[in-house]
Design a protein around this ligand. Sequence first.
Ligand SMILES: C[S@@+](CC[C@H](N)C(=O)[O-])C[C@H]1O[C@@H](n2cnc3c(N)ncnc32)[C@H](O)[C@@H]1O
Length: 317
Amino acid sequence: MPTQAPDYEPRLRELRSTDFPPYFHEHEGALFHSHGDSPYPLPVHGPEWNRLNVQHSILHQLHPEPQYIGVVRGALAPGPEAKLAIDLCTGTGKWAMEMARAFPQAWFRGIDIVPIATRRPLVNVQFELQDVNATPYRWGPGTVDLIHARDIALAVENYTKILEEVARILRPGGLFVSVEWGMRPAGVSPSTGALVHAPSMAHFFDIVKSNLAARRGLQAFEQNTVRDLILQNQDFSGPVTETIQVPIGSWPADEDMQRFGRAFRAAHRYFAAAITPFLSEAVDPVDLNIAIQAHVHEMMTIDGLVTEYYATYARRI
Ligand SMILES: C[S@@+](CC[C@H](N)C(=O)[O-])C[C@H]1O[C@@H](n2cnc3c(N)ncnc32)[C@H](O)[C@@H]1O
């Protein structure tokens, strides 16, 4: 690997320990980002890192090799020019780090508004503080081979604008990969084969979605949301969406799936706790508490529940 990255920028400097505190603020005993403009409603502290890492690890293990390697292999294959990949809203940076290990000849960048990724990244990884909504990014037109955007729906003010920026910096043939999750109960009962019915979970997610929309202007993503937005942009070809089902709870017969299901249910329970400070600013606390308890009760008792992840990829023309 060449010693200088293709996107070397001499003005970037490493954060010192004293630079970290201003990126965070405390509210109801949790740490949130302090970025004035971002609509992002979730905490950015340890338990949330754990939730993100659990989700990452389950999605990773549900795929045979590091995630989406089938579609990214071509985009990152060694060639005459160094390959560059960017992870939007990187969070703890797990995806960037694992991909960098799998593709040591490529360079990876992760952007976020809070410095929560490791301070000791691999040599081909760099984490940068950058607001995903503040375009243009620092990369020039047609200079990036792969852009990965997982679970960014709650951070993005205008996804159409992000796609325009992605199209600007991707090389022709470069790949955009999005992964978002459906905020609603789904699945099929293993005993009856009927669609699962989880009205309290649906009610809880309706509260979440209506508050996100009304108070932060955020939309929850359905299976075809990203695909449809990509289709409106003339710069991409062939968006393909794959649905990945992750079990919630210990109902699967397969032992590995059972383990994922348990861990994923814990992550879902944590999500309810994480979004509570945001919801309780507008929802009656007694009603909210009842809604969350009923939501958790269904998660604990209904077999066949899954969360759907929608992985969509498209190429820059
Ligand atoms: C749900 S997490 C997903 C993290 C990661 N992509 C993953 O899949 O594990 C969303 C991330 O977006 C970040 N974020 C929120 N608003 C942002 C913004 N305006 N620009 C960049 N990152 C943002 C948050 O700090 C958080 O790390």
